[in-house]
Design a protein around this ligand. Structure first.
Ligand SMILES: C[S@@+](CC[C@H](N)C(=O)[O-])C[C@H]1O[C@@H](n2cnc3c(N)ncnc32)[C@H](O)[C@@H]1O
Length: 233
């Protein structure tokens, strides 16, 4: 083979190798760029979705906060839950029997009714609260026991007929108890048991006062038990 031919062959082989290496490099670069592009757009999307998520959470928190604030203004007894430690004493004072119909007027998160239900499930329980935040919260946390025997109503208890009640529990401020008393006296049948936590109904004496021996300033210090024959004037 002549030197010229050898050289040309060598040159062509070299060019081929250089071409292959270049093509490989370009391909690598394209892949890298593509990967970078995919990665960048993924990150951007992630950040965008994250921001939207945070904005939605903020809006939800604001709505719930505003609703809660509204419930403070709209009611004369805002949602303040009873301490868990005294639930057992309330259940005892309520003395629910099989077949009883139990109301919690202003049921909040429904913890009192739920505690009574755990003790006696063969009774009917109705919680009424007009504030949407505790009502929705109660429905969520008690979703497993909600049914025909355990209801939570979102309404004003002044607009509910209580004549079928055998037991009523209230944790309401004195002004509201004063307004509620005529309704209870009118609608409840003789023998209905009414338990009020911390606040007394005006002008009538309870049949029993249970002192829960809790420190001064704590919620849930006393339970006042009334029977309907006393509530009737
Ligand atoms: C102090 S909380 C008692 C919560 C619950 N019963 C407990 O012992 O943990 C009073 C509740 O009564 C509700 N409430 C006040 N007035 C009401 C009315 N007229 N009708 C329905 N619910 C009312 C409030 O929204 C609030 O959730």
């Amino acid at each position: 083979m002549s030197y010229g031919r050898k050289y040309r062959l060598k040159f062509m082989c070299r060019r081929f190798v250089v071409l292959c290496i270049s093509a490989r490099l370009v391909w690598t670069f394209v892949l890298a760029e593509r990967a970078f592009f995919v990665y960048t757009s993924f990150m951007e999307t992630l950040i965008f979705v994250g921001q939207i998520f945070i904005v939605i959470i903020c809006i939800l928190v604001m709505i719930v906060g505003l609703m809660y604030q509204w419930s403070l203004f709209a009611t004369r007894a805002p949602f303040v839950e009873i301490p868990k430690e005294i639930l057992g004493d309330i259940v005892k004072a309520m003395d629910v029997k099989p077949g009883s119909i139990v109301y919690d007027l202003g049921s909040g998160d429904g913890r009192v009714l739920a505690a009574c239900y755990r003790k006696e499930s063969d009774a009917k329980y109705i919680g009424i609260d007009k504030a949407i935040v505790p009502h929705v919260y109660a429905k969520f946390r008690l979703r497993k026991i909600l049914g025909s025997n355990f209801k939570l109503l979102h309404k004003n208890f002044f607009r509910h007929d209580l004549s079928d009640a055998t037991h009523i529990y209230v944790y309401l401020f004195p002004g509201l108890l004063k307004s509620l008393l005529p309704k209870l006296q009118k609608e409840l049948k003789p023998g209905t048991r009414v338990v009020s936590c911390d606040f007394e109904f005006p002008d009538i004496k309870p049949v029993e006062v249970v002192d829960l021996n809790r420190p001064k300033g704590k919620r849930g210090r006393k339970l006042y038990v009334y029977l309907i024959k006393q509530l009737k004037k």
